[in-house]
Design a protein around this ligand. Sequence first.
Ligand code: ZN
Length: 492
Amino acid sequence: MSLHVYNTLSRQKEKFEPIKPPFVGMYLCGPTVYGDPHLGHARSAVTFDIVYRYLVHLGYKVRYVRNITDVGHLENDADEGDDKIAKKARLEQLEPMEVAQAYTNNYHRDMDMLNVKRPSIEPRATGHIIEQIESIQKIIKNGYAYEAEGSIYFDVEAYHKKFNYGILSGRVIEDLRSNTRDLDGQSEKRSPLDFALWKKANPEHIMRWNSPWGSGFPGWHIECTAMAAKYLGDRFDIHGGGMDLTFPHHECEIAQSEASVGTSPAKYWMHNNMITIDGKKMGKSYGNFINLQEFFDGSHTFLEQAYSPMTIRLYILQAQYRSTLDISNTSLKAAQVAFRKLLNTYKTLPKISYTEQETKDDKFQAEIQKAIDLAYEGMNDDFNTGIALSAMFAMSGFINQFFTGQKPTGAVPKELFDKLVHTYTVFFTDVLGFVEENYISSESTVTSLLEIYKDAKEAKAYDKVDQIRALLKKEGVAVKDMKGKVDWAYEV
Ligand code: ZN
């Protein structure tokens, strides 16, 4: 089965066929560098990290662009209000770029901890003002934008006469019209549906640039249109983002591209769903807002303990990216156990060697092959990482049977054994993007204690054996006492 992707634009799963294989251009709306990076940021970044990783795994040459929004994102997500970054800069007497850089650093720190790969290009909106002005000029020239009092607005009504405003989000323009408050006479817009491409800066506005229309700053939507076109061309393969960006942000991006260069920018539009906490939407206004550092150190009152970055990563991957993801302590603890199990298996791989034998176990062979196939089937079905993880657990079970000696490795052909080890390794590291985490203070102490354990066992000093076992358990280490050998694993 080849890769199929759910396309928000067509509202169905489509076979993935890049415009110019083997090249794939992919754009993800990155963070607005405001506030602490939270689980919502992580879900979007991890979702598209998986898309990126899997496409690379399949052999595509991917150019992955993820922007940094450091201007133009106004407080109420509309065309009025303070710029979020400028406001913080003013309050804390900082240079706006200082604020943006500090947030960017935190974002990188947290995403690195989650082992999210950095994009190929990470452009900043403030570094692309000229490109944005040029895009706006094209839109004006083509008759889809107008100037009013030094600001430029996109003319949605004029656009909709020729194109379909609502093509992506499924919104109907008549409904949008009736749901939008009438202009109060103060607004410069021709229609309340129109959105800003360029805003005139008030005297107190600190983030401002010169433009053909006077001193001002770009609207939020135009940056992605300008930067995606610059680095990926007018037409590229994948555009991603959180579901909350579908409207207005992505709808506006399509309109801006059609209006400036006459083409819809992306072939496939992918959107990850939102996070809920105990069934309720997560957000600052809901008082249940947990940032990533609080997960990692367990400091938020909602959390019963700290959860490691890989626990969070696995937690995100358990759900298909298009379904909502609910967090609770119970399910986070289950994710911790699940990751430690997968990690324990990963650590045993170098300790298993293949020994040829004549009698083969056909049923066992078929089961292993089925698990390997399932891992790919899951990923090929719109990046269903939940299925891929269940395949990982099945593979982990087979590997453990080999490791403990329950099954001789020779029960399957060497080719299949190697394939199992290879698939498990590649999925653990490259495809699902896990890294080893260390939960013990000293591995050499554990190894020394295990030596004493073995001696005590040989001397039949069972009190001492139990003592050491209990001591190690307290340190988070489980003793694995197997036929002819003793080893350790992380307590799950
Ligand atoms: Zn964007």
